[in-house]
Design a binder for this molecule. Structure first.
Ligand code: COI
Length: 363
């Protein structure tokens, strides 16, 4: 694509002073601006940064009916000296967004649209990045089919938006989970479970509601055929330490390739832990729990970061999971948080620095 331009139109009324940063509910507060870019006439148009605002859509908007809609979840922090914005592995989100786009038959996002939109937006809204423990700026890039047409076919027009929310921890406590044996999040082969598409999240809500009614925080998803192989938990990937080995379900058509998941595997291997990406059968987990071999379990995701599972329910029975003090979850969390904040050396080359924009350097 030829040189991509971003028109910048800043708000005259920042909301930042009305926000109680200590008590933000996840996703309820957004920053002052958003980035928007349209795909039409077969190409991505110039982008715009503008005050966060509603968008006007026709009732015939294709995404609302047929669900061609994908997203990413990303995070950035401020470095401790406040000089830089630190983005965690943005190139991985870029790649995964285009993986999802391909599966949902949507045009790929060019790298410069994604990177320049993202970096300009966070550079402008940098004062919104919270700095307390567990907090950060959650970034939501997404795009959807915007044709006004009721026929079922891939859209010709799309709208790509990035907006940001200052957030605290997504889960504040360890989780109790219901091992799902009736409903499925995604089909085992040939489905869309690996894509970060809106429909996967819609499909998860009813089983999650039922699990909550039964007193559990989340669903532990199992394979759609026999409901025996563990896949994910809620909107996160899952890990179990069984004896001295850390097991996480291997990636497949029905598992989201989590960036935090991959970072944890890389980190653990660098510390010489044995990590196995393989099938994890619920019966193996139950047996490990009964034999005392199940040492710890945790979930991982961009929003959730890393959180322990304290209990799982399978076949009319609750199984308590140990949550050792200074256990593996703590070791991983400390390392990831330290790297993300620039407090621990980034020996994996994960962090990308972006300079905040001030009125002086806002070209
Ligand atoms: C993320 O961790 O970024 C997710 O996508 C979970 C989200 C649906 C809250």
């Amino acid at each position: 694509m030829s040189e991509f331009k971003i028109n910048i139109n800043l708000t005259k009324n920042s909301n930042i002073n009305s926000v109680d940063f200590e008590n933000i509910k996840f996703g309820r507060v957004n920053t002052d601006h958003m980035f928007i870019c349209h795909f039409k006439d077969g190409k991505w148009q110039d982008g715009e940064i503008k005050p966060f605002q509603n968008i006007s859509l026709s009732p015939a908007t294709s995404a609302l009916h047929y669900g061609q809609s994908i997203f990413e979840g990303m995070r950035c922090q401020k470095s401790t000296d406040g000089e830089d914005i630190l983005l965690f592995r943005p190139e991985e989100n870029f790649k995964r967004l285009n993986l999802s786009a391909k599966r949902m038959c949507m045009p790929e996002i060019p790298e410069q649209v994604f990177n320049r939109g993202l970096e300009t937006l966070i550079a402008i809204d940098h004062e919104w990045i919270p700095t307390t423990q567990g907090s950060g700026l959650y970034i939501r890039p997404f795009y959807f089919a915007s044709d006004n047409f009721l026929g079922v076919k891939e859209s010709e027009d799309y709208i790509f938006i990035i907006y940001c929310c200052p957030v605290n921890a997504y889960y504040s406590n360890p989780l109790s989970v219901w091992v799902e044996q009736r409903y499925s999040r995604a089909t085992k082969q040939g489905g869309v479970g690996y894509a970060k598409c809106a429909g996967n999240y819609a499909a998860s809500m009813y089983p999650a509601k039922l699990a909550k009614e039964k007193g559990y925080d989340q669903v532990m998803w199992t394979d759609s055929e026999k409901h025996e192989l563990i896949e994910e938990t809620g909107t996160t990937n899952i890990f179990a330490q069984i004896g001295g080995i850390i097991v996480t379900p291997s990636l497949s058509d029905s598992i989201l390739p989590g960036i935090t998941r991959e970072s944890i595997i890389t980190f653990l291997k660098s510390k010489n832990y044995v990590v196995e990406e393989r099938e994890l059968d619920i019966h193996e987990l139950v047996e490990a729990s009964i034999n005392g071999m199940l040492k710890e379990m945790w979930v991982s995701g961009t929003a959730a970061t890393v959180v322990n599972i304290k209990r799982f329910h399978f076949n009319y029975k609750d199984y308590e999971v140990p949550m050792p003090e200074n256990g593996l979850k703590d070791e991983i969390l400390q390392a990831l948080v330290g790297i993300k904040r620039g407090e621990i050396e980034d020996s994996f080359g994960w962090m990308k620095k972006v300079k905040p924009k001030t009125s002086a350097n806002l070209a």
